[in-house]
Design a protein. Structure first.
Length: 59
């Protein structure tokens, strides 16, 4: 999740936006990065309670 943000989005955005708007870019990227763990936890909970079994029953 963080790979595309760091490798592509930030450098491209820095090349496109005006220098005066870099503060808003930084705040937006920070807000997006902060929510990554929340999304991972939510996805894990959905996967855990969905009842789908991969490679046999859970121990």
């Amino acid at each position: 999740m963080m790979g595309p943000t760091i490798v592509f989005s930030i450098p491209v955005a820095l090349g496109i936006i005006e220098p005066s708007d870099r503060r808003y870019l930084a705040l937006g990227v920070l807000a997006g990065i902060v929510t990554i763990p929340i999304g991972c936890i939510a996805g894990g909970l959905v996967a855990m309670y969905s009842g789908v079994q991969i490679n046999g029953p859970a121990c």
